[in-house]
Design a protein around this ligand. Sequence first.
Ligand code: SF4
Ligand code: SF4
Length: 83
Amino acid sequence: MLEMIINDKACRGCKLCLDVCPTDCFVYNEETNKAIVDKVENCIGCLSCAYICPSGAIVHKNHHVVGNFYRNIYFSKRMEKFL
Ligand code: SF4
Ligand code: SF4
């Protein structure tokens, strides 16, 4: 069973994971300003979120990569401001 964990302390609330996820696995908590894993069952294991997260806050366990790696140049450019 796939597990996905967001390290709360590391998350800086940039929402890039929400933007990049093709299956809407995340929601945003407006009170804490952090991303939350909402529908782990929707995850296709593309690892785009883990790739794009500027804090390296997203960890997957027991995943099988079934989708193509999803890399979008637009989001990559947005990420540059965090580097
Ligand atoms: S991409 Fe990373 S830092 Fe940004 S909201 Fe998602 S988990 Fe938090
Ligand atoms: S691995 Fe892909 S499908 Fe799964 S939560 Fe991350 S971006 Fe979404």
